[in-house]
Ligand binder design. Structure first.
Ligand SMILES: Cc1ncc(COP(=O)(O)O)c(C=O)c1O
Length: 399
């Protein structure tokens, strides 16, 4: 007779097969159990035909990888613990001492911080290029350029770059491009086939699933998507060596949110544009930076990439007239009630962050923007009229 404490672990009961429900099962494992030693030896962790160890995948993470690869029009997907980890995984896989990486001046700040920190310490050089200027990028490419980052639109200042031109400049020289597609979320543009072209986009897509795919403001996760088998393997080897695994509960949360991603994205887009248009009419506001608005930098590239009736994220920035100082703009942010102060975006709660552009830009792209305090909004899923009233009452705090 078996000791009951052993039965707590090895009870012979097996539930019937064939359970089906709208949401997939959640498989949690560090340890994966093998039938016998031969099965253990035969398993190749790189192949998705089986399981070896929690870090290399479970049914739950494989499922999410396939769905994100499909969302991004790619073939392979690697999941990592955050959007920033996706960026770091790409850099570590592709760059070695003596190489150089080019990053748009208006890129997500921590991508630049990684270049200025660890990459620099490892003898990897970097340059910031003017994201709106393919000629500037071309002029900066050299024999040691191994990776070029693209981001559309740029972080905070929201300039939409001529993506297809930038990608073409790199392709001509055989240089790998990686596109941060977080804003597009796989919906506004197809990162691999830009503006209706075919294979004219990025080689690698890095997507912070933390934002729209999670949609809850409660999960950190990133994805690296490719079409090329060799590139995927290169990224996957780094992923394995760095131990960048993700948890099954987080994968489950994203799997649960994915079906509503297009609905949320379009609703947040509609609300964002309505509020951006309203803010544009306000006397306090010098400029609204939203790629779908005509006067916004790179609007023509947004149209070419996303289509005339195309989509956009519910994310935009405004620049106040420079008669307002940062203290007044801080007071505006503090006066907001529904908009919460917080980094990140893409969740149900509308967010606001004041930025000081002067400390964020080094190259020419920011020079085209009017100077003045800037505030970025992420539009959530609240009633638009409530958000508008919240903005209106907070604008009174500027005076
Ligand atoms: C454009 C962009 N890429 C990547 C990231 C990083 O995502 P995570 O917060 O999951 O590290 C962010 C986060 O704000 C982002 O805005």
């Amino acid at each position: 007779m078996t000791d009951p404490i052993t039965d707590l672990i090895h009870h012979p009961y097996v539930p019937p097969e064939g359970f089906a429900a709208p949401q997939p099962g959640v498989f949690k494992a560090s340890t994966v159990i093998f039938r016998n030693v031969a099965a253990m030896r035969a398993r190749d962790w790189k192949l998705k035909s089986g399981y070896t160890y929690g870090l290399h995948g479970t049914p739950t993470t494989f499922l999410l990888e396939e769905r994100i690869a499909a969302l991004e029009h790619g073939k392979h997907c690697i999941l990592v613990p955050s959007g920033l980890a996706a960026i770091a995984n790409v850099a570590m896989a592709l760059l070695k001492t003596g190489d150089e990486v080019l990053i748009p001046d208006n890129a997500y700040g921590p991508n630049k911080a990684l270049a200025e920190g660890e990459l620099k310490h490892w003898g990897i050089a970097h340059q910031y290029y003017a994201a709106m200027d393919a000629a500037d990028l071309r002029a900066r490419l050299s024999a040691r350029t191994r990776l070029v980052w693209l981001e559309a639109p740029g972080s905070v200042t929201m300039e939409f770059p001529p993506l297809a031109q930038l990608a073409a400049v790199c392709r001509e020289r055989g240089i790998v491009t990686a596109l941060d597609s977080t804003w597009s979320a796989g919906i506004a543009y197809n990162s691999f086939d830009l503006g209706g072209g075919r294979d004219n986009g990025a080689d690698i897509v890095a997507h912070a699933l933390t934002k729209y795919p999670s949609g809850g403001g409660d999960v950190l996760m990133g994805a690296i998507v490719t079409r090329d088998d060799a590139l995927n393997l290169q990224l996957k080897l780094t992923h394995m060596r760095m131990g960048f695994g993700i948890g099954a509960n987080d994968a489950e949360a994203v799997l649960r949110s994915l079906p509503s991603l297009p609905l949320r994205y379009h609703a947040q887009d509609r609300a964002g544009r309505e509020l951006a248009q309203w803010l544009k009419q306000r006397p306090e506001v010098a400029r609204v930076l939203h790629p779908a608005l005509e006067a916004s930098p790179g609007h023509e590239h947004w149209r070419a990439t996303c289509g005339a009736g195309g989509a956009a994220a519910g994310l935009f920035s405004i620049m106040f007239h420079d008669r307002y100082g940062s203290k007044q703009v801080d007071a505006f942010c503090d006066a907001l009630k529904l908009f919460k102060l917080g980094y990140s975006w893409g969740g149900p709660v509308s967010l606001v962050v004041p930025y000081d552009l002067a400390t964020m830009r080094t190259a020419v792209s920011a020079a085209a923007l009017a100077r003045g305090p800037l505030v970025r909004f992420s539009i959530g899923l609240e009633g638009v009229e409530d958000l508008r009233r919240d903005l209106e009452q907070a604008l009174a705090a500027l005076a």
